[in-house]
Each structure stands twice: as structure tokens, then as C-alpha cells.
Design a protein around this ligand. Structure first.
Ligand code: DGL
Length: 270
């Protein structure tokens, strides 16, 4: 049993989409979340910059005595997972790509036409293709970077016409030309677009990396005997820029009032 917190982080608020799954599946676990809202988006930045930011966040979480680090960001998982593991060899580090790729392998067949949508950096690494095709070379994969999604989501532009047009701009031709029937949301911000996607493409099967991150945490903690026992705890949500929008989005994603949440400002860029 281990009652220390689990450290989650993302470039911004997207990684928060994993938190409700964890809270439901593992209610005894304390969560420390860091969203790098001052420097988001990461998905179009140089990999060297992403690595520098990631190491700062890793150190911050380790100073907070976390028992596990969860990279609730596909872009960082695709580029910095091994660096984090090397830097903090005593702490399990979980990324989102392997667990999501496993679901794709386990639930899709040769008859499916699978579209992977993610940031530019994630798509450029081919991380999903490698992880999926290594063990399931028969699957048909198509990928598409959708770089405008994250900035719009961080601005809270979701449930409206601008987002619908942006989704159609990236996905209409991609889906039609490749006859896509399954979309892998290869960015933890994208589950916030699930309703738009379901409305625009009602037949589409959707695979969500935020849920898979939570499942991977449960499996890993169980395997290592590190699950928390019953305890009283408070989850803490840090952001490097505490904008009104970030606070609103936390409330929306977690379905709680601001007063019920411990939200704190933390600048790591020093
Ligand atoms: N949520 C991050 C991901 O899963 C977004 C990356 C970004 O900041 O562009 O890739």
C-alpha cells in the first residue's frame, strides 16, 4: 500500500480529461496535477523545448513526493518518456501512447480503417504507427495532425460553430478519402471534442487516450502493490498560468465548483 500522490501532467488542461476516470476507478488515490498553461501548446514546438519543459515538471512532481508520474499528454509521451524514466529511475513513469495503442490492437481488425489524429509533433514521431504495427501489422492506419485544436480548446472554444468548422476542415476529406471508420484521439485535449465528433460523424468509432491512461495507472499500481488504502486527501491542481478559462475548464471537466477544488498557481519557468 502506498498513500503518496500520483503526479499527472500535461502541456495544458487536456490531461485533466484523464482525472475523472482515475477518480472513479481509484477513489483512494491522491492526485497532483500540473498543467503548463503558460507554455501550451507543446504540439508544434521543437522537441528540445518540450524536453526542457518536461524535465522541469518532472522535478516539480518528484519534489512533491509522487509515487508515480503519469504523462497525460501524447506529445510528451511520444518524445520524452524514456528521458523521464532515465531521470527518475525510482519512480514508475507511464505514458499514454502504449496503453492507447494496445486498445487499438485489441479492438480493431483488418476490416477497420483507423485514423490517428494528434498534434504535429506526435504525428511526426510515428509513435502510434510503430506501437500498433509492431504487433498488428495487418491494421490499416492513417494519420493526420490537427494543430489548431489545442489552442482553440485552451481558449474554451469547443461547443460552437468555429470548432465544428475546424474539425470539418481537418477531418472531412481525411475521413472521406481514406474511408475512416475509427478515430483514435491521440491527444488528451481531444476527448473534449467527443460530442462534436459524434454529432458530425455519427457512425464513427472513437478511441480515447485519456481513458486508457487511467486504465494503465490502475494496472501498474496493482502490479507493483502501490495502490493507496482508504485515506482522507485533497487533490491539487497546479497551473503555470491561472487564467479564468483554465479554472472554468477544470470545473467543467471535473463537474465541481471552484471552491471545492484546490487550484494553485506554479511557475516553473525560472
Ligand atoms: N494534450 C497534449 C497531447 O496529448 C496537447 C499537446 C499540445 O500542447 O499541443 O498531445
Amino acid at each position: 500500500m502506498d498513500n503518496r500522490p500520483i503526479g499527472f501532467f500535461d502541456s495544458g488542461l487536456g490531461g485533466l480529461t484523464s482525472i475523472p476516470y482515475i477518480m472513479k476507478m481509484l477513489p483512494d488515490e491522491q492526485i497532483i496535477f500540473f498543467g503548463d498553461t503558460a507554455r501550451t501548446p507543446y504540439g508544434s514546438k521543437a522537441v528540445s523545448t518540450i524536453k526542457q519543459f518536461t524535465m522541469q515538471i518532472g522535478e516539480f512532481l518528484v519534489k512533491n513526493d509522487v509515487k508515480m508520474i503519469v504523462i497525460a499528454c501524447n506529445t510528451v509521451s511520444a518524445t520524452c518518456l524514456e528521458d523521464l524514466r532515465k531521470a527518475f529511475p525510482d519512480i514508475p513513469v507511464i505514458g499514454v501512447i502504449s496503453p492507447t495503442a494496445k486498445v487499438v490492437r485489441d479492438t480493431c481488425t483488418e476490416a477497420d480503417r483507423i485514423g490517428i489524429i494528434a498534434t504535429k509533433v506526435t504525428i511526426n514521431t510515428n509513435a502510434y504507427e510503430e506501437k500498433i504495427l509492431q504487433k498488428a501489422p495487418e491494421l490499416h492506419l492513417y494519420s493526420k495532425a490537427c494543430p489548431a485544436f489545442v489552442p482553440l480548446i485552451e481558449e474554451g472554444i469547443i461547443d460552437n460553430e468555429i470548432m465544428d468548422l475546424t474539425i470539418r476542415y481537418y477531418l472531412d476529406d481525411f475521413i472521406k478519402e481514406n474511408d475512416i471508420n475509427t478515430l483514435v484521439l491521440g491527444c488528451t485535449h481531444y476527448p473534449l471534442l467527443t460530442e462534436n465528433i459524434r454529432r458530425l460523424y455519427p457512425e464513427m468509432k472513437v478511441i480515447n487516450s485519456s481513458r486508457e491512461a487511467a486504465v494503465a495507472v490502475q494496472i501498474e499500481l496493482e502490479k507493483r502493490g502501490m495502490l493507496a488504502g482508504p485515506n482522507i486527501h485533497e487533490n491539487v491542481f497546479y497551473a503555470s498560468d491561472l487564467s479564468e478559462n483554465f479554472v472554468n475548464m477544470i470545473q467543467t471537466i471535473l463537474g465541481k465548483e471552484k471552491e471545492e477544488l484546490n487550484i494553485q498557481f506554479k511557475n516553473l519557468d525560472i
